[in-house]
Design a protein around this ligand. Sequence first.
Ligand SMILES: [Zn+2]
Length: 220
Amino acid sequence: MFIGHYGLGLASKRIAPSVSLGALFLACQFADLLWPTLVLAGVESFKIRPGITAVTPLDFEHYPYSHSLLALIVWGILLGLIYRTVARSSWRAALVLFALVVSHWVLDVVVHRPDMPLAPGLSSRLGLGLWNSVPGTLAVEFLLYVIGAVAYLKSTVARDRVGSIGLWMLLLFLSIVELANVLGPPPPSVLAVTWSAQAMWLLVAWGYWVDRHRDPIARR
Ligand SMILES: [Zn+2]
């Protein structure tokens, strides 16, 4: 799953207005941001097998530290506590970040083949396999994304052009990447996938940048 995760990140601005969109992106995509580094380090691994699902050709052989339920609970607790300490935030903000980190696992279980681990060392794997359907995947991902984008737009107001145009460019860019991922040709190599995954850190930076140019709207 790609933009469905960002949908949840965007939507969370409504319940945690003090938290920057960049931090919300970091939390909802924490698993996928950690993953390429672990692959490059040789700790986790995947292969490209075109046709393995209708949507993605990636065969996730081993990724218990970035994508198991237990690991994401631990990462979520750590991220929440670090954020609370560094940003002197409320417990509510820390809890939202924790929930977003764990939400990645739940949403990935919906789309992945049964390859999502519960904990490092356990052999059982979960996955409902929505990736076997291109229209089904696009419908669920874009639904989550549009709900999230609308919630973010309604919870914040642009202070200037970076806040308005910058946000719309970000929203458009994510949609294009999603369509390219789902409808485009399979990636050329493991290394190409890994480095384009590293580029997702730029989306965290983009989220911080845009969010700094928008103000939360006080809810009635
Ligand atoms: Zn993932």
